[in-house]
Ligand binder design. Structure first.
Ligand code: 5AD
Ligand code: SF4
Length: 474
């Protein structure tokens, strides 16, 4: 059977796009939005690059390893494209995301098979970019000489891409991301985000509320508010006033059907009093917070330009636990920032001991070209970084396991999100963002169900469903 939706002139052929997402949740959100932009052009989602006419790599530039993975994938796609062309077909390759923004034309130079390079602020222009790429490709095939291959858009346009993107379609199993803020003005000395995502921008309140309502109508019961600096949110309200994240959360909690609210990623400097209070008095706000601290050493925090010391972070943790004693904390850590001594690293280990984290992400410092950190003397040797990372991860791993086992025996609401690997098993999340697997009917996916937790592991828990109309697997 031919997979064709014919228009009268046969232009409406069904095409397929495969989007590979690297990096953070912001990119996951952006990938969904790119799929939304491409759908009206006739693109359905493909499950593999082999099935696709267009492959989009939505890239991450945060650490060197992340960027390098993109280039090896592009090498594979170049070969696939050559094979297609030999068979009379074609494959369009687009690079999106932060590598696209940071490296722009360099990408096409390094990998000429790339047709489109599009930065995170220009996704609404994908249809035009695709048309231009098709035109260029046709000219090249006709033997025309062109000044350069590839079509590029890495501008930070004055208009917001949010005003030009179609409504989101992506509600997965009751849970949806909602991007409310982008970019960052903090300029931590290790970080590329202020350069790849640009200046901080908050979406207007009315746009956020409208999108939230749409998502709820489409079946979302959990909303995760996204931004590189989400708690720096300062959106313009219809009456001209400026709303903070706390104010926005209180309003979102009023929307009927919103059972769970989360936000990520935050900066300690922006944890204002009202936001801390909201953790105590907004029941839908889940008792889990990802609050990156990076280091426990005042000296290193200063060198990182984090603009806060260890005590500010510890003070916030105390205040949060004062209003929400069961709050689970997660954080990001970097080991081996230039100049980090054994004593600095010990300060980080002590901070971890003092706080007790439910989960965490930890990284060896990765030197990113163009950031102030890359130019610093006193880079830490790789072997020292590795040893510190291992010690830090061992401690954080113990804490995660302890946190998970501390919940064994409790009955907690779990939002089921997907089928497990074993038949009859489904997987969901507790309020503290722990993964739980249990025997259960797939019809429970997208719903919140009480589960008794029976076993704790480092990264998950086993549970038994105790209520709900579909307890028994059909
Ligand atoms: N090296 C190592 N880790 C980094 N991160 C950001 N930039 C770097 C870098 N150059 C980490 C930080 C940040 C997380 C998203 O990635 O911990 O919070
Ligand atoms: Fe990067 Fe710092 Fe901005 Fe976070 S706050 S995105 S680490 S510059």
């Amino acid at each position: 059977m031919k997979d064709v939706r014919t228009g009268s002139e046969g232009q409406c052929q069904r095409k397929r796009v495969f989007i590979r997402t690297y990096g953070c949740q912001m990119n996951v959100y952006d990938s969904d939005r790119m799929a939304d932009v491409l759908r009206p052009l006739g693109y359905a989602l493909a499950d593999t690059p082999e099935q696709a006419d267009l492959v989009v790599l939505n890239t991450c530039h945060i650490r060197e390893h992340a960027s390098e993975k993109v280039y090896s994938e592009l090498g594979r796609l170049r070969d696939a494209k050559a094979e297609r062309r030999a068979e009379g077909g074609d494959l369009t390759i687009a690079v999106a995301g932060c590598v696209a923004q940071a490296e722009g034309e360099e990408i096409v130079k390094r990998q000429p098979a790339v047709d489109i390079v599009v930065g995170p602020q220009a996704y609404h222009r994908l249809p035009e970019l695709l048309a231009e790429a098709a035109r260029k490709s046709a000219l090249l095939r006709a033997g025309k000489r062109l000044p350069g291959a590839g079509v590029l858009d890495t501008e930070f346009p004055a208009e917001s891409k949010f005003d030009h993107l179609p409504s989101p379609q992506g509600v997965r199993a009751g849970s949806a991301f909602l991007s409310i803020q982008e970019g960052c003005d903090k300029f931590c000395t290790f970080c590329v985000v202020p350069y790849t995502r640009g200046a901080e921008y908050s979406r207007p309140v009315s746009a956020v509320l409208a999108e939230a309502r749409q998502l709820v109508e489409a079946g979302a019961i959990e909303l995760t508010l996204l931004g590189q600096n989400v708690n720096a949110y300062h959106g313009e309200a219809p009456d001209g006033s400026t709303w903070s994240l706390a104010r926005l959360i209180r309003e979102l909690a009023e929307i009927e059907g919103v059972a769970r609210l989360r936000y990520t990623t935050s900066h300690p400097r922006d944890m204002d009093d009202d936001l801390i209070r909201a953790h105590g008095d907004v029941p839908q706000l889940m008792p889990y917070l990802h609050l990156p601290v990076q280091s426990g050493s005042d000296r290193i925090l200063e060198a990182m330009n984090r603009r806060h010391g260890r005590d500010l972070f510890l003070g916030i943790v105390d205040r949060l636990r004062g209003v929400r004693p069961d709050l689970a904390l997660s954080s990001d850590f970097i080991v081996g920032f230039p100049g980090e001594s054994d004593a600095d690293f010990d300060d980080t280990m002590r901070l971890i001991d003092q706080v007790g984290f439910a989960s965490a992400f930890s990284f060896k410092y990765s030197r990113r070209p163009g950031t102030p950190g890359a130019a610093l003397q006193d880079q830490v040797p790789e072997s020292v970084k590795s040893a510190r990372l291992a010690a830090l991860q061992a401690l954080l791993g113990r804490q995660a396991r302890e946190f998970n086992t501390s919940k064994v025996g409790a009955t907690v609401p779990v939002l089921f999100a997907e089928a497990g690997r074993k038949p009859g098993q489904i997987i969901g999340k507790t309020p503290w963002l722990q993964s739980v697997y249990a025997e259960g009917n797939p019809r429970l996916i997208g719903r919140i169900v009480d589960v008794r937790l029976i076993e704790g592991h480092p990264n998950s828990l086993a549970g038994e469903i105790v209520t709900g109309p579909y307890e028994v697997a059909a």
